[in-house]
Design a binder for this molecule. Structure first.
Ligand SMILES: C[S@@+](CC[C@H](N)C(=O)[O-])C[C@H]1O[C@@H](n2cnc3c(N)ncnc32)[C@H](O)[C@@H]1O
Length: 219
């Protein structure tokens, strides 16, 4: 039997944290599946793809705390000195702080900013982070909030590029292949690396994707 563990309403809608009858912890927004703790390989790959692409990863920004799998995978790398997490829903953060969701927030390297990742990135000093990792929707074609469409634009990616240190990397998660996302990343970074990630979702074989723009040079 599926058990609801917590429910919250924000100006963007309704969030539910539930324990499914198969034992998985699941986060839903406005009735839509956002993620669970059973298939987390692509969330972890988002982190490893960023870490592999940067020579000296020290300070990174993650858009979307969710259930914390991307952040946990980053923290496993001892080279990282600081992980800034931008999470728009205060209840997602409180559920983790209260222990309803296994926490990644006790690590002194983690700082959470409750806010829209676009604003949090815009507030960063230029050339101040080695990587920006975005996982805030089910990808550009399956938005959790309509306003998030601006996140997948070359405008926002240009802002990200300005905040990246030399050789920094932008890494974006998507549940589906997106030519528009690939060309928006390529238009700002000169090229886009696309990494398909085969996953099994509640018995179904699916492919998720990670899009990456690398090689920032500041002149
Ligand atoms: C798919 S989950 C993130 C999964 C995460 N990578 C993990 O490993 O658990 C998406 C998260 O992004 C948050 N979010 C959605 N839109 C956002 C925005 N514009 N800015 C910051 N966070 C946002 C959601 O509340 C949710 O917690």
């Amino acid at each position: 039997m599926t058990v609801e563990l917590a429910r919250a309403v924000s100006e963007r809608g309704e969030l539910v944290l539930r324990r499914r009858d198969d034992g998985a912890l699941e986060l839903r927004v406005n009735g839509v599946f956002v993620m669970d703790d059973q298939e987390t390989s692509s969330e972890e790959l988002l982190a490893s793809a960023a870490l592999e692409a940067v020579r000296h990863p020290d300070r990174v920004l993650v858009g979307g705390l969710g259930l914390g799998y991307t952040v946990r995978a980053l923290l496993a790398d001892s080279r990282l000195g600081q992980v800034i997490v931008a999470e728009i829903e205060p209840d997602v953060v409180s559920w983790m702080r209260s222990g309803l969701v296994p926490s990644v927030l006790d690590d002194p390297r983690v700082g959470v900013v409750v806010g829209d990742v676009r604003a949090v990135v815009a507030d960063l000093p230029d050339a101040s982070v080695d990587a920006i990792l975005l996982d805030v929707d089910n990808g550009p074609d399956f938005l959790v909030y309509n306003e998030n469409s601006a996140i997948y634009s070359s405008d926002f990616f240009s802002t990200c590029r300005a905040k990246l240190r030399a050789d920094g990397v932008l890494t974006v998660w998507s549940s589906s292949s997106s030519e528009a996302l690939e060309s928006a990343v390529a238009s700002v970074f000169g090229a886009c690396v696309v990494k398909p990630v085969p996953v099994e979702l509640q018995g179904r074989a699916e492919t998720y994707f990670v899009y990456q723009g690398c090689g920032v040079v500041h002149r």
